[in-house]
Write a protein that binds this ligand. Structure first.
Ligand code: SF4
Length: 439
């Protein structure tokens, strides 16, 4: 935890259902970058998930609120007792906000209002596009913190430290509770997902009475047993990723890999101190597609890194044309205070960076369009994000929330709600999104 993180104290009272709500709120807080404090003194704010089932539980909840007010002063109340707002206010008029049970969206809104979320573009794992609360039907599942690499443009290891993986049973327990609370898509995030468990030497843990290694393949296989989609983010092309492809081909996890590759020139990748070699990445991608033809690959790249020549940039363009990735983000390099890359010579002028960025995006737009065109006629399962009188907004296996495209189903449809799965046939596409009809 860094001192810059806004930090929350959390008290969970009551029954197992309340505990599931607490887990959901804590997951969201952690995914948004809030720190958690075991003491009132070190927290910027305290959330109390209360119980109001019997008189003794009401008393216990009111006592806990009083204790938190004395120990910290800034308290948000949620849970069953929150339904009796006047009762809480009568005892503790100074609480900041009161929300009811199973309403974690309202709790998060109250937290944001009193302790703004700490979006840091250099460390956040959740996309910056107007970060909103994840709807009930998808959730981020953070499997580790920190990173063992030392990419020259990145300061995450100095902020977050080396890789620390969560034991596999803890992650699976959280995933299971999220699914029980209505989540239909788990978005696995970390700084370096393929390295999961390396720090623990893939230590054995116990899950449902069985020994299980703390390793990505095992985690993916177990997550695949849950009645929800599993989507993997920030996966680097290490050899162990090969083991995930059969799981995708078998439909256990989504055939989707979010793999930040950053460049296509070996020279620039070395200057960036990136782990993977371009040639190997290309042959690996080809092999993956043989195993799982539906695989959707997302990646991000940086143009205009210090020392990037026109030749390096051409290699990058050649790389993206050969790799034919489905979803691509590209950024013009901008220095981060404290990053080792700042000491590199031969900075690329801004206008050259912008020119390269534009050329890159034009080529990739064509590749992405061709990829979308190939979807026409296909029958896919989509997960519904939103339903209105005019249309359904959904996403397919190849569309991560917030960053990828959508699947639009025009018209008013009865009996469907966000979080439902639906079978559709793709009938068209526009620049980013697919158009489809229900089957
Ligand atoms: S892999 Fe590189 S870019 Fe990613 S967090 Fe680690 S050091 Fe930063």
């Amino acid at each position: 935890m860094t001192s810059s993180e806004p930090t929350i104290g959390f008290v969970s009272l009551g029954c197992p259902k309340n505990l599931v709500d607490s887990e959901r709120i804590l997951t969201q807080l952690r995914a948004e970058g809030y720190g958690l404090s075991p003491t009132y003194q070190d927290a910027d704010l305290v959330v109390i998930n209360t119980c109001g089932f019997i008189d003794a539980a009401v008393e216990e909840s009111l006592d806990a609120i009083g204790e938190a007010l004395r120990g910290n002063g800034r308290v948000i109340v949620t849970g069953c007792l929150g339904m009796r707002e006047s009762h809480v206010r009568a005892a503790h008029p100074e609480v900041l906000a009161i929300t009811g049970p199973h309403d974690y969206e309202a709790v998060m809104t109250a937290v944001h209002a009193h302790l703004p979320r700490p979006h840091d573009p250099f460390t956040a794992l959740i996309p910056p596009q107007g970060i909103k609360l994840t709807p009930r039907h998808y959730a981020y599942l953070k499997i580790s913190e920190g990173c063992n690499h030392r990419c020259s443009f990145c300061i995450i290891p100095s902020l977050r430290g080396d890789l620390v993986s969560r034991p596999i049973a803890e992650v699976l327990g959280e995933a299971e509770r999220l699914v029980e609370s209505g989540v239909r898509e788990l978005l696995v995030v970390s700084q370096d997902t393929s390295a999961y468990g390396v720090d623990l030497k893939y230590r054995m843990d116990f899950w449902r009475g069985r020994p299980l290694a703390t390793r990505l393949t095992e985690l993916a296989r177990e997550l695949g047993q849950l009645p929800a989609w599993t989507r993997l983010h920030y996966v680097y092309p290490y050899p162990n990723v090969d083991d995930l492809l059969p799981l995708m081909a078998d439909g256990l996890i989504l055939p989707y890999l979010d793999m930040p590759l950053q460049h296509g020139s070996q020279r620039i990748l070395r200057a960036m101190r990136r782990p993977a070699a371009t040639e190997k990445v290309l042959s690996r991608i080809a092999r993956w597609r043989e195993i799982c033809p539906d695989l959707v690959l997302r990646s991000t790249f940086i143009v205009g890194f210090p020392g990037e020549t026109e030749d390096d940039f051409d290699q990058l363009l050649e790389f993206i044309q050969t790799a034919a990735l489905d979803r691509v983000g590209c950024f013009a390099y901008s220095p981060v205070a404290g990053a080792a890359a700042n000491a590199l010579p031969d900075w690329v002028p801004d206008e050259v960076k912008q020119d390269r960025l534009q050329r890159f995006m034009e080529i990739q737009a064509e590749i992405s369009r061709d990829k979308l065109a190939l979807q026409i006629g296909r029958e896919i399962t989509v997960l519904i994000d939103d339903v209105s009188d005019e249309r359904i907004v959904a996403r397919g296996p190849g569309d991560a929330p917030e960053v990828d495209g959508l699947v639009i189903i025009e018209g008013a449809w009865e009996g469907v709600a966000p979080g439902d799965f639906m079978q559709v046939q793709v009938t068209g596409y526009d620049e980013h999104d697919l158009i489809a009809e229900p089957l």
